[in-house]
Design a protein. Structure first.
Length: 145
């Protein structure tokens, strides 16, 4: 799905923003990547990630029909593009989230606990991306001393 360093960079920035609960910034990075790829079929895998950020916005606004719709569409896009998405990330957490909340109300707390794990990429405080982003610590852990 990703063919250039710039595409990898934008995708990884989006993941870091998403995992830092900065969903609007994640959406902007992934939207920029969407535009960079252009009208090539490989960009369809990005719809899952854009849909996830839309789900957050609708949870925040209390638009529960839109949340359920977003979950349903994200799950459909994940299924349609599973092989290419699996090349990039661990999909288990996203699949579990989408299946768990397809028929019930999801809280912001539950959404904040969703973490996207990139295959083969270790995000650390010393990485170039981490220096760019204000990440206090990894979800579910205490900050390093």
């Amino acid at each position: 799905m990703l063919e250039t360093q710039q595409e990898e960079y934008l995708f990884d920035c989006g993941i870091q923003y998403f995992n830092a609960n900065q969903y609007k910034s994640a959406h902007k990075e992934w939207e920029e990547l969407w535009k960079l790829i252009g009208h090539l079929p490989r960009r369809s895998s990005l719809k899952v990630f854009l849909q996830l950020t839309g789900i957050y916005q609708n949870i925040e606004l209390g638009k529960w029909d839109a949340v359920r719709y977003g979950i349903r569409v994200a799950n459909q896009r994940l299924t349609e593009n599973l092989d290419s998405i699996k090349e990039l990330i661990e999909v288990d957490a996203i699949e579990a989230f989408l299946l768990s909340y397809r028929d019930k109300k999801v809280t912001l707390k539950a959404f904040h606990e969703l973490v996207i794990q990139r295959n083969g990429v270790e995000f650390t405080k010393t990485s170039e991306l981490s220096e760019r982003l204000p990440l206090p610590h990894t979800k579910g852990t205490k900050p390093a001393p």
